[in-house]
Design a protein around this ligand. Structure first.
Ligand code: NDP
Length: 286
């Protein structure tokens, strides 16, 4: 028999998660602040509870997927969490995760925080995964159930670690989105077809993403020097071409300049034989 569980929050993401558990045969109790929004899942066999407290009372395993950390506190205010296993898939900061873990433990619950690395249509399909951190025993015991909607990636007992990984991955993604935005801005108003260009850009970005492994190796070894290959002196000399081309195309340098400025500062500090790894140090404010 499949483990029964409770799902708090049947928004876009909660509904996608709930569908996957129902399809796999898990008995599911659901609650949503706006009761009408549980209809899609009750039509597929979920049982709707009249309150969050009732939903929590129904099962040991309770998954919350609400808007933000404050809504988790609001939803669970009157619920008895003693003996429950609370898995919080609501997006928050590392400090939110740690505070929510302490809050749950004070109420007698075990706690795991999660960060969903997928959009709702990806749930139940290959490629989606969820980062988990917190109580290792809870995670081990419920791993099979948690693995139904998406792959599982446990990153440590500190409950803040899932959010830290989540935001670090999203930060890398937004850097890439910024670069894609700049690239298409350069081409706008020219005869270059966006789709044809994308066919070049995607394999280029995939090949360049591998640079993260080099950065990781350098951070771990402490040796940031690259020798003559793409060192900072060479890269900074090239930045002028990036900025002049943007100017020629009538494109603002506002996305590119902050990163180029960091490269220049690091070079000015005498790190001409390194790559960009040392920029990590410049960003640290404490
Ligand atoms: P939705 O806006 O679709 O759903 C939000 C849910 O939170 C609803 O169930 C809503 O209830 C509930 N809610 C909001 N405020 C409160 C409150 N004060 N008390 C109780 N319940 C409240 O968002 P998603 O389902 O898309 O997102 C849910 C979580 O999943 C978020 O933390 C989001 O960051 C995360 N996530 C979402 C992704 C996505 O692509 N959608 C991707 C990765 C993570 P009601 O129906 O009553 O408004």
């Amino acid at each position: 028999p499949r483990t029964p569980l409770t799902l708090l929050g049947t928004g876009a993401m909660g509904t996608a998660l709930g569908r996957a558990w129902l399809a796999a045969g898990h008995p599911l109790t659901v609650w949503n602040r706006t009761p009408e929004r549980t209809a899609a899942l009750t039509a597929e066999g979920a049982v709707a509870a009249g309150s969050a407290a009732e939903a929590v009372a129904a099962n040991r395993l309770v998954v919350a997927c609400l808007l933000d950390d404050a809504s988790v506190g609001a939803a669970l205010e009157g619920a008895d969490l003693a003996g429950r296993d609370l898995v919080n898939l609501t997006t928050g900061t590392p400090a939110d995760g740690r505070a929510r873990a302490a809050w749950a433990e004070e109420r007698g619950a075990r706690f795991v925080d999660g960060g969903i690395m997928a959009v709702p249509p990806m749930i139940g399909a290959p490629g989606a995964f969820v980062l988990y951190s917190g109580d290792p025993d809870l995670f081990q015991e419920h791993r099979d159930t948690l693995a139904v909607p998406a792959g599982t990636e446990y990153v440590g007992a500190d409950p803040g670690l899932a959010a830290l990984h989540d935001v670090a991955l999203l930060s890398g993604m937004y850097g890439m989105f910024g670069g894609i935005t700049q690239a298409f801005a350069l081409l706008r108003g020219t005869d270059v077809a966006p789709k044809g260009f994308a066919a070049l850009l995607v394999p280029w970005l995939n090949a360049m993403a591998d640079a993260a492994h080099r950065t990781a190796e350098r951070l771990e070894s402490g040796d940031y020097t690259t020798g003559v290959v793409s060192n900072l002196a060479m890269q900074v000399a090239g930045t002028d071409t990036l900025l002049r081309t943007a100017a020629e195309q009538g494109v603002s340098p506002e996305l590119l300049s902050p990163f180029l400025d960091l490269m220049r500062r690091r070079l000015a500090d005498g790190h001409d034989a390194e790559d960009t790894t040392g920029l990590v140090h410049l960003l640290h404010t404490r």
